[in-house]
Design a protein around this ligand. Structure first.
Ligand SMILES: NC(=O)c1ccc[n+]([C@@H]2O[C@H](COP(=O)([O-])OP(=O)(O)OC[C@H]3O[C@@H](n4cnc5c(N)ncnc54)[C@H](O)[C@@H]3O)[C@@H](O)[C@H]2O)c1
Length: 402
């Protein structure tokens, strides 16, 4: 039985690991959090946070204050180990599993009979078995008899992590039935959503499938935006009309796909099944090509001026967040700057300063621009009307300007 006397060791204290560790701490588990970055460990031990997420500061303060959460550089013996380390890609979109390998090697000396090891990092099919279980077996552990291993992918949305950690349905897949059963029991102890049991490989592919589904559907919308541009049709109106069909639900196009999940995870499917994953690969390419298409629009418009003022609205990877990781908007703005297409003005209402760009109030950017490029549908930009911006060339990649 899972009981709250159990000790949990959470490895990787970022956007996934820290909310998980602090939530478990406030639920009464004794949690030891591990991170390779000393400043992260120190910050958490002071009851503070190093990432931005609503209410996380309160949760961490409470978990650390109660003595149920401590952080350290080295893992400690525990009943349950949770791995939440990064899984980026490297080279030609190959999955980089070195963080999972390292984290597993670091816990291996502390694992004992009866322990459950859960991989939460988004992982290519086979990682739970061929990386985590193999490394622990090589370290002398009797996998499936004494040590149990499962994958439980995380599907929370930044900005709602603390709600979704509890409310979302979870997919749990062990490398054998006993491992699945133990992991299901653990998640039942704090998740209100359904806990759905499967095997490790299916759980791995389920997470990748969810993000590939989003990517393919966004690519369809982005492709439509190119077709509409050539044929002088308003893509936003087109999609609105087509979506009135009872079985059609097209997503919205944009300047590209950013963030560290949808733009990354589909490549793990492509890398494992290069011959079969043709549509998934093509969707990645369509979405990755969109920022350059936007830059080309700016280039063409800029030729109509001697030296235009180019106003860029938004840098974040999506609306109403301050997260610039893998942001197509950032890529576009950098390219415009590099090519010196004009005098560039940049506004990002969700951050106060940026190392590369001198940020301006968005109202000033709108007033001064010859070419106005809307890159992110932040709420501040929703009231903009083309009729108020008469003399300006508008490139609205999100369809928010009326
Ligand atoms: N952030 C999200 O919204 C989200 C959503 C679903 C799934 N995921 C997946 O969760 C996993 C973690 O993502 P994240 O956003 O929390 O990453 P992150 O970069 O925010 O945090 C990872 C942390 O792990 C630490 N770390 C790296 N190697 C380590 C090691 N060997 N031992 C201990 N600590 C180590 C880093 O210092 C960092 O603090 C990834 O696989 C990601 O794809 C993330």
């Amino acid at each position: 039985m899972t009981n709250k006397q159990q000790k949990i060791c959470v490895v990787g204290l970022g956007y996934i690991g820290l909310p998980t560790a602090s939530l478990l701490g406030t639920k009464g588990f004794s949690v030891h959090g591990v991170d390779v970055t000393q400043s992260v460990v120190d910050t958490i031990n002071q009851g503070k946070i190093h990432i931005v997420e609503p209410d996380l500061d309160i949760l961490v303060k409470s978990a650390v204050g109660s003595g149920n959460l401590r952080a350290g550089i080295e893992p400690e013996p525990a009943d349950i180990f949770i791995l939440a380390v990064p899984t980026p890609f490297k080279g030609d979109h190959e999955p980089d599993l070195s963080y999972i390998e390292d984290a597993t090697r670091r816990i291996a000396p502390h694992v004992k009979p009866g322990n459950l090891v859960i991989l939460e990092s988004t992982s290519p099919v086979g990682t739970t078995e061929n990386v985590v279980a193999r490394i622990l077996a090589d370290a002398g552990h009797k996998i499936g008899e004494e040590v149990f291993i499962a994958h439980c992918p995380e599907r929370v949305l930044p900005g709602r992590i603390l709600i979704e950690l509890i409310e979302n349905d979870r997919i749990v897949g062990g490398i054998d039935e006993k491992s699945t059963a133990k992991a299901v029991e653990f998640y039942h102890s704090f998740v209100r959503g359904e806990v759905l049991a499967t095997n490790a490989r299916t759980a791995e592919l389920a997470k990748l499938t969810e993000n590939a589904f989003r990517d393919v559907n966004i690519a369809f919308a982005n492709e439509l935006s190119l077709i509409c541009d050539e044929q002088e049709i308003n893509v936003w109106e087109l999609i609105k009309l087509a979506n009135r069909h009872p079985r059609v639900s097209i997503l919205q196009p944009g300047p590209g796909v950013g963030g560290h999940c949808i733009a990354v995870d589909p490549w793990f499917i492509v890398a494992a099944a290069p011959q079969s994953a043709r549509l998934i690969r093509m969707a990645r390419k369509v979405n990755d090509a969109k920022p350059d298409w936007v830059v080309e629009k700016v280039r063409t418009s800029a030729k109509k001026f001697k030296r235009p003022v180019i106003g860029c609205l938004g840098l974040a990877f999506k609306a109403d967040v301050d997260d610039l990781r893998e942001s197509p908007a950032l890529h576009i703005v950098r390219q415009i700057q590099q090519e010196q297409l004009g005098e560039m003005l940049v506004a990002e209402p969700n951050i106060s300063t940026h190392a590369e760009f001198d940020l301006q109030p968005y109202q000033d950017v709108i007033k001064r621009s010859d070419i106005l490029l809307l890159l992110v549908d932040h709420k501040q930009f929703h009231g903009l009307r083309a009729s108020d911006l008469k003399e300006v060339i508008l490139i609205d990649t999100r369809g928010v300007i009326k």
